[in-house]
Write a protein that binds this ligand. Sequence first.
Ligand code: NAD
Ligand code: ZN
Length: 349
Amino acid sequence: MATENLSAIVYGKNDLRLENRPIPEPGPNEVLLRMGQVGICGSDVSYLTKLAIGHFIVKSPMVLGHESAGTVVKCGEKVKHLKKGDRVAIEPGVPCRMCDLCKAGRYNLCQDVYFCATPPDDGNLCRYYKHAADFCFKLPDNVSLEEGALCEPMSVGVHACRRAGVFLGSSVLICGAGPIGLVNLLVAKAMGAAKVCITDLVENRLNLAKELGADHTLLVKSGSPEELAKQVEAAMGGCVDITIECCGAEPSICMGIYATKSGGVMVIIGHGPAEVKMPIINAATREVDIRGVFRYANCYPATLEMIASGKVNVKRLITHRFKLEESHQAFETARTGAGGAVKVMISCE
Ligand code: NAD
Ligand code: ZN
């Protein structure tokens, strides 16, 4: 077996280094993986350029990457459901499995979680990485490692659409057409949404959204949240059942409330400023439920089935491909959005 483990490590602001780290030894319930594909998430870019997201701060060198898939090269002695050679999607957050939230199945809310590339936990933009075997999901033969890596962002969409109650015939507004808005578009459509309207500030993202099946797009240029909500209403033939907020900007959250019909639901995925002023009384007096979304729980199996069955074509999100050795260029592309970058994928093979 190889003796080197090239890893992409953030050392400081805009200081990304490729260096060899030891190949880890899997514990009894873990597998050692040869990394295949790793997508770059906005959070990886933030940790590299700002060293922080909210109260998560990079205080010591950290391996980036958490949207990933790889191949099993070694199994811990207690691992039963995987074997050497299996290709797997890696669910990056391993919770404690002991607390009340874990026991209730809401393990995404566990306070004692190892989450790849959330400081201080190392990610897996590297050649070899070990992970809890029960958070590795075997890929069917017709699902590629790239698609396996995309299970991560897509699971955010599955969790959000479940929390929002997307159902046959739903009308849905999605705010923001970045990777997260776009996976929500794909998932909402697959879950039976009849009509989806998606917004963004950038035209080329809306063009991709149209190709992916958006029924209406709204280029947000000017106008108050109420005026923009009126435009959504006009396009959709009324207020929407569900709004899925995927950018976190204050005006967008406000617009989402106004655009949602009485008795409807708005889920908030986007993380903007920590405090946001919004028309909460408008929502309250119209019984618009506002629900949070944090990552996902129990979503990988459904996500994989949707990809394997061809119901969701998530690989359309990939706009750029690089090798691990080209990580600097990959991160620069993701940071600047150069060439219409949406999802930048890095091959570690
Ligand atoms: P992104 O930055 O690539 O996409 C956000 C999009 O929103 C961009 O295309 C941007 O042009 C657009 N936008 C900005 N302001 C807007 C406005 N006022 N109206 C309409 N569109 C606007 O980010 P992403 O990777 O797609 O992630 C989206 C958000 O979701 C981020 O805030 C991210 O931190 C968050 N996120 C949350 C979770 C979670 O578990 N809750 C998981 C992943 C990502
Ligand atoms: Zn727990």
